[in-house]
Ligand binder design. Structure first.
Ligand code: NAD
Length: 353
């Protein structure tokens, strides 16, 4: 079985990927995570076997990464580690530069030195897979065609700019040094174990507590939504069969306005967790729009479908139901991530509007 160094594996997508990789025996995993506010090791508590190792640390710590690569001799590095929340990137972009740009560069550099010392056979089978976002492509009007892999980059938020920078470094490391890289650019993920600052878990948990459901602007911003395990399967497929040096768009073929997403959540919660005196939709509150809020993202994922045979399996309605059921039955996980710092941040950003 392959050994994979996963970074950011205690976050939302990384944890779902690590769980799948171990429980379905895809790979042995070394998980390097800094354990920022967005992480939760409880997500991985069930992994107790020898095929899983956790190391707390920063992808920007090149000595640590070099040691890990030497010690575990992985067949691949998958970089999930990032600062990932657009609102936070608007308030404090420096963290995004540190991890998403400088950290990703240090990780590439340490990986290059490790890779250059491998045997020719291991060099050719080694992969560096960088997990990125559709936000690097900018914003679409309602009639624009969906983002393709050759759509020019036009990032609009500090988060998107920092991810775009790392994508370019990954590309450059392939072209300049021959490092066998792959990049995936995916749309919005949802599902179990997502930190409750992101739209779907924030709305679920606020609604359960009878708090307001803040909707940016007119609620008509459109996002494409993909269930997280579909994303994890796409990443695994690209790792196994993707063409070195290429990028692959990954999407759910599922464009929804924010308003529709929140209405759907309210309808499901009215059935699963009804309130005696009001409907959850009565908590919906329009708030001042996010600065520079991109209007629409849509992903053309025909390349990964055509070349690798990938397609999303989960429909939005069933995925949303599964997600809400997961949050309803995992209150200990939710409490674990709701630290004082998190509460203060929510207060500062939503409740004072
Ligand atoms: P997340 O914020 O839930 O998790 C990020 C993880 O990275 C956390 O566990 C955090 O502790 C860790 N981390 C942060 N800085 C680090 C550092 N310097 N060194 C090591 N670990 C560090 O993010 P996510 O939603 O799971 O996203 C994972 C990746 O997928 C990111 O690169 C993100 O840009 C990309 N992505 C996310 C989405 C989405 O909808 N969530 C969509 C497309 C792409």
């Amino acid at each position: 079985m392959q050994t994979v160094l996963v970074t950011g594996g205690a976050g939302f997508i990384g944890a779902n990927f690590v769980l799948k990789a171990r429980l379905e025996q895809w790979a042995n995993v070394v998980n390097l995570d800094k354990l920022t506010y967005a992480s939760n090791l409880q997500s991985l508590a069930e992994l107790q076997d020898d095929g899983y190792n956790f190391v707390q640390g920063d992808i920007g710590d090149s000595a640590l990464v070099a040691n890990l690569l030497e010690q575990y001799q992985p067949d691949a590095v998958i970089n999930f580690a990032a600062e990932s929340h657009v609102d936070r990137s608007i308030l404090s972009p420096q963290d995004f530069i540190n991890t998403n740009v400088v950290g990703a560069f240090q990780l590439l550099e340490a990986t290059r030195h490790y890779w250059q010392k491998l045997s020719p056979q291991r060099q050719s089978s080694f992969r560096f897979l960088h997990v990125s976002t559709d936000e690097v492509y900018g914003s679409l009007s309602p009639t624009d065609p969906a983002f393709r892999e050759d759509t020019p980059y036009a990032p609009n938020s500090p988060y998107a700019a920092s991810k775009a920078a790392s994508d370019h470094f990954v590309r450059a490391y392939h072209h300049t040094y021959g490092l066998p890289t792959l990049t995936t650019n995916c749309s919005n993920n949802y599902g179990p174990r997502q930190f409750p600052e992101k739209l779907i878990p924030l709305m679920i948990l606020n609604a359960l507590e009878g708090k307001q459901l803040p909707i940016y602007g007119d609620g008509q911003n459109v996002r494409d939504w993909l269930y997280v395990t579909d994303h994890c399967e796409a990443i695994y497929l690209v790792l196994q069969q993707g063409k070195v040096g290429e990028t692959y768009n990954v999407g759910g073929l599922n464009e929804q306005t924010n308003l529709t997403v929140i209405e759907k959540i309210c309808t499901i919660l009215d059935k699963l967790a009804p309130k005696s005196n009001y409907l959850h939709s009565s908590l919906m509150t329009f708030v001042k729009d996010r600065p520079g809020h991109d209007r629409r993202y849509a992903i053309d994922c025909s390349k990964i479908s055509r070349e690798l045979g990938w397609a999303p399996k989960e429909s939005f309605d069933s995925g949303l139901l599964k997600t809400i059921e997961w949050y309803l039955s995992n209150s200990a996980w939710v409490e674990g991530v709701r630290t004082g710092a998190y509460q203060n941040w929510i207060k500062q950003n939503y409740e004072s509007r």
